[in-house]
Design a protein around this ligand. Structure first.
Ligand code: GDG
Length: 462
């Protein structure tokens, strides 16, 4: 029987997993079903030269195995190459790239450290599934240590067009390293097509069929596996007595009749300034909604050490202050902006209690919030999802109101259309959306990826 080994930059706290977002739930669930190891950084920083020993922790069928990293690793690999080079390039923001050779060295070093620490724990029949842009060169480091196991990789963020990828001075090295995996998973067909274009036009490679590509002397499977959510878990969280009382609190002592909600890590990819401007435009165009509508934006802090993140925070504070100053009244705050994380159950309740869900990133691998908003709605009286055409989720969720997040008027009009949408149309759109989300839920994502990855391994992992 093959054992599953998951590798990600950070290992989530399995006991607190309901709090830790979609990915942790997805991976925790995968591991609990089949048993195995979750390997990665423990979130701790140690002094240079301190031994980076692996700590293991048994948690039922799941063993977490973690290592710390040094301040320098964190600066160069995590903040540097991962978040000042790969993240902006993959989200089409070349203006925010800050490349330093030391960042790239740090990236290689940490991938090598991860591989060196994991290798002794591996059995020959294990299958290894690495996650996200932090670990592109992980398989090549593991292979250098002699690993023969099946190695899979899933990229949670977009794969950029070759014209953008080429802005990374070391992009060829990275793509070649990626080919040491056996299976490379992307979120969307668009990502696969960008990848194919690079392989054909810049790597002297060949697209063999829908699934397989050949380059650098290796043939690998490269396919879209759109990630999903645990629909029932989220839908149930929206229907508890606590959720009811939270929704009641949302409506108490206020003249507001309709709520619009946005929930995003405070990231420049999420299109938050554009969203705030669109809300201002909506209020300008529709005085009939004054005092009747409020936009609640929850935007927990993230990567605060990176300058671009501090800048976006300042911009949002300015915009929300200006909007509330211009339109607000003693009994109405048009824009409620919360720069803090909320418990997952509260999010589910707020989604259910909001007539409109705004998910308007400038670029996003998939976007789980879009799916969570739909899952939390009452089927007989659902709210309306307004979704950016540049979120990976837009490839599937075509019954949402699809908007261009760069077009402020388009978004303002979509808010109006959503609030005015007749019940019959809302129910029709919601029922189409929820069936797609159910059909491609998180279990489907995990099983389809592992089925492909396990082919050739001793026994298929369910
Ligand atoms: C990356 C890709 C891809 C958000 N605020 C709070 C909170 N959240 C939860 C959401 C959701 C998760 O975090 C965010 O997932 P997203 O998919 O929306 O976005 P990223 O964090 O950028 O994720 C993305 C994803 O990976 C998975 O492959 O879809 O494209 O960028 O679950 O609900 N959770 C709690 N409090 C908050 O304040 N508890």
């Amino acid at each position: 029987m093959s054992r599953l080994v998951i590798v990600s930059n950070r290992v989530a706290d399995l006991e607190a997993q309901v709090q830790s977002g979609g990915l942790a739930v997805a991976l925790g669930d995968a591991l609990r079903t089949v048993g195995g190891i979750w390997f990665g950084w423990d979130g701790k920083l140690v002094e240079e030269g301190e031994p980076a020993a692996v700590s293991t922790n048994e948690n039922g069928a799941v063993t977490t195995a973690t290592i710390p990293m040094t301040e320098r690793d964190y600066e160069e690999y995590y903040l540097g190459f991962a978040n000042k080079v790969l993240w902006p390039v993959c989200h089409y923001r070349l203006d925010l790239v800050q490349f330093e050779p030391a960042y790239f060295e740090g990236y290689k070093r940490v991938n090598r450290n991860f591989a060196t620490a994991l290798a002794p724990l591996l059995r020959p029949t294990d299958i290894v599934w690495a996650h996200d842009y932090h670990l592109i060169s992980f398989a090549s480091e593991l292979r250098a240590l002699g690993a023969k196991q099946r190695l899979g990789f899933f990229l949670h963020i977009p794969f950029p067009p070759p014209e953008l990828l080429q802005a990374i001075p070391t992009h060829e090295w990275l793509v070649e390293a990626l080919f040491q995996f056996d299976v490379i998973g992307f979120q969307t067909e668009n990502d696969v097509s960008n990848f194919h274009r690079f392989i054909e036009n810049h790597a002297n490679g060949e697209i063999l069929d829908d699934d397989r590509v050949r380059a650098y002397g290796r043939t690998v499977i490269a396919r879209a596996f759109p990630i999903g959510i645990d629909v029932d878990e989220f839908a149930n969280a929206a229907q508890t007595p606590e959720a009811d009382s939270q929704i009641e609190r949302l409506n108490r002592r206020t003249v507001v009749r309709s709520h619009i909600i946005g929930v995003d890590r405070l990231d420049y990819t999420k299109g938050l300034p554009e969203r705030f401007k669109a809300f201002r435009k909506f209020l300008e165009m529709h005085p009939e909604h004054w005092k009747a509508v409020t936009l609640m934006q929850i935007a927990p802090p993230t990567r605060i050490e990176v300058e671009a993140y501090a800048n976006i925070r300042e911009e949002l504070e300015g915009l929300s202050g200006a909007i509330n100053g211009e339109f607000g009244d003693f009994d109405w705050t048009p824009l409620r902006y919360v720069h803090r994380a909320m418990p997952r159950d509260t999010l589910a309740a707020l989604f259910r209690g909001s007539e409109v869900g705004l998910v308007t990133p400038l670029r996003d691998g998939m976007n789980l919030v879009a799916k969570e908003y739909v899952a939390a709605q009452d089927e007989e009286d659902p709210g309306v999802l307004v979704l950016s055409k540049f979120a990976g989720a837009a490839e599937e969720l075509e019954e949402a109101l699809i908007v261009n997040p760069y077009d402020i008027d388009d978004m303002a009009n979509a808010m109006q259309t959503a609030l005015r949408m007749p019940l019959e149309e809302r129910v029709e759109r919601h029922s189409a959306l929820i069936s797609r989300i159910r059909a491609h839920d998180v279990a489907f994502w995990r099983k389809s990826f592992l089925k492909v990855l396990a082919e050739g391994a001793p026994e298929v992992v369910a």
